[in-house]
Design a binder for this molecule. Structure first.
Ligand code: GDP
Length: 205
């Protein structure tokens, strides 16, 4: 697992506090409680990496995790790679003002961050593509960033229902957006391996 060995670097309230903007990074976004922390932990094989919180939306920060240098082959030096956990979004108890702040901050991050290679968007497979998810897809379209969607908690549906949900989401992707989607479950491991490959492909892009 190339994402094994991820380590907490820092938590940031603003973009200027993030690690130096070089190498390659992939950002993780999702509505609060979608299962983003669990997905990060499953992908990195590190149970306690991202804190799965009992009070969603409480920790409004961007968190940077470093990865071991990623081999690139073709004679290039190994890639300095990171994952960025964007603040959970959309929890009802987060004041409107703070929500607006984070919308602006995420927008600025996606537009300005030069080392950003792509976005992993996490959505609950039982109710995907809410307003926040569409906003993220729009941001990705505007910034020409690929977006890989993890439809998580797939263990809550039958295999047939999950396949149908995936097909429905794929039909909803707009023209021109570089989006891909897969089913995922942190609980039973569904889709973890292909998701790792997708993250690595984004980092190497
Ligand atoms: P976050 O707010 O997006 O970081 O979400 P968390 O990772 O903290 O998860 C929110 C809740 O969903 C927790 O109670 C998790 O145990 C649960 N959860 C997360 N992923 C899965 C999954 O794949 N399957 C199931 N059944 N529950 C999950």
């Amino acid at each position: 697992n190339p994402l094994n060995g991820a380590q907490f670097v820092l938590a940031a309230h603003r973009i200027s506090q993030l690690p130096a903007d070089r190498g390659a990074e992939v950002a993780f976004a999702g509505r609060s409680n979608a299962g983003k922390s669990s997905a990060l932990n499953a992908l990195t094989g590190h149970k306690g990496l991202a804190r799965t919180s009992k009070t969603p939306g409480r920790t409004q920060q961007m968190v940077a995790f470093s990865l071991p240098p990623l081999a690139q082959g073709d004679g290039n030096a190994p890639l300095d790679a990171r994952l960025i956990d964007l603040p959970g979004y959309g929890y009802a108890k987060v004041p409107e003002e703070l929500r607006a702040h984070w919308k602006q901050e995420i927008d600025a991050y996606l537009h300005q961050r030069r080392s950003l290679r792509g976005v992993v968007l996490i959505a609950d497979i039982r109710h995907p593509l809410k307003e926040f998810d569409r906003m993220m897809l729009d941001f990705c379209f505007e910034t020409n960033l690929p977006c890989h969607l993890l439809l998580t908690k797939a263990d809550k549906l039958s295999r047939n229902q999950a396949t149908q949900a995936l097909a429905a989401v794929r039909r909803e992707f707009g023209e021109g957006v570089q989006a891909s989607a897969q089913v995922f479950s942190s609980a039973d491991g569904t889709g973890v391996e292909p998701a790792r490959e997708a993250v690595v492909a984004l980092l190497r892009r």
